[in-house]
Design a protein around this ligand. Sequence first.
Ligand SMILES: *[C@@H]1O[C@H](CO)[C@@H](O)[C@H](O)[C@H]1NC(C)=O
Ligand SMILES: *[C@@H]1O[C@H](CO)[C@@H](O)[C@H](O)[C@H]1NC(C)=O
Ligand SMILES: *[C@@H]1O[C@H](CO)[C@@H](O)[C@H](O)[C@H]1NC(C)=O
Length: 426
Amino acid sequence: MATVVSIFPILLWTMMAFQANPLQAKGIQVLPPANFTLTVTALAKILLQWKPNPDQEQKNYTVRYDVEIMTPVWEVYDTKYTHSTRTAVLHNGFSARIRTLLLYNNSQIESNWVTAKLQAPSGAVETSVTNLSCVIYTAINNIASLNCTWLAGEMAPKDTKYFLFYRYNSYTEECQEYSKDKWERNIGCRFPYTYIKTSEIGQLVVIHINGSSKYTAIKPFEQLFYENTIEKVNPPRNVTMSLKQNNLQINWEEPVSFFQNTCFEYELSIHNLKMGYKQILKTKANSFELLIDDTCRYSIQIKANRQSWCNEGFWSDWTDPLYIGKDQPGTPIDSKASMVLSALVVSICSMAMLIAIICRRCHLWSRLFPPIPTPKTNLKYLFLNNNYQRARSCTSETETEIGSYPEDFRSYTEDLYSDVLEDSVI
Ligand SMILES: *[C@@H]1O[C@H](CO)[C@@H](O)[C@H](O)[C@H]1NC(C)=O
Ligand SMILES: *[C@@H]1O[C@H](CO)[C@@H](O)[C@H](O)[C@H]1NC(C)=O
Ligand SMILES: *[C@@H]1O[C@H](CO)[C@@H](O)[C@H](O)[C@H]1NC(C)=O
């Protein structure tokens, strides 16, 4: 078995060698292309150009060129043209090689390679920006804005000034709205309007950040982003709900987006406000049906993204919450209500403390000077808002008068008394 398998590659190789021979057998020379040059024509855009070798024998041969990009990202292709354009980050330099291919019938021969290089731009180590991230927002009127943030390089001096440029197709713009770190170095940029457009998938946004400093050369940095992958998707539109008995039907419309809008997915957040739990549900449809307990109140929010097979971006924000359910209709237990509630608790507690202090004092005073009412006890009347009889119980110490208080207030007062007694023992 093994011998049979190994025979085939040998046969194939021999046949190919014979086929390649006709050109070589005729003693045909293939010469490498001439004057291979690299030119940066825009940010992260490079033009490779060469000439056919003037000494190359023409005849009926087909001439093509093999191109091999070596840095920054390895890539090979062949072309009949004598030029080629590539988009690539250039902050680490660029290198490529080419050779001539001569084709005749089904055989081909290749020349030697010729290589060209672009040096990396100069700059001190770790002065270039790091952690660059960018987000595209699409407004309803289909105008895209662009926000980028980054960190200053570890070794970037404090006086470093960074400059950000973006390129989209043939448009290049410099940032006008920077945000700054504590040393006033630019570390963020906002373009409220850009040339970024609705487009075919796979359009690139080029970001270039260079800089200057009095003390050292700042190394530039470039990054390429596929526009769809950095789009912050808008939330779904026109969310509506209808409740039939326990059956909640939620409908919504696709978000406004630049890119393919047939492949969204959604997450629903169903928050049961009464029970205090949250459920996250996923769907690819534009509606959702759900059985709910209609004695509870719910808040419902939705967010959107494109599905991963279809150029997902960043998840949208949640939609504004919509409420449904019978629990306390019209008054959702929102943060405002809970704030009022906690304010109430705090004021009740502080009032109780005040009363405790007053009672303590008046209790002591009542022992020292039983018949004389004091200004401090008068204060207590004010807070308790009780009539004179009840207020007097604070000074009289008698069970019967305390008994005229409502049930829970009495036990509270008893606690206070025991507290006071402990106090007076010390
Ligand atoms: C290559 O460049 C040199 C110098 O610019 C020029 O003299 C020569 O004609 C060019 N060769 C070809 C084949 O264009
Ligand atoms: C910056 O990026 C590096 C590597 O990706 C990461 O380890 C680091 O936490 C990031 N720093 C900040 C502040 O995000
Ligand atoms: C930064 O890059 C822009 C665009 O390529 C260029 O015009 C500018 O001179 C550069 N600035 C520095 C300080 O390198």
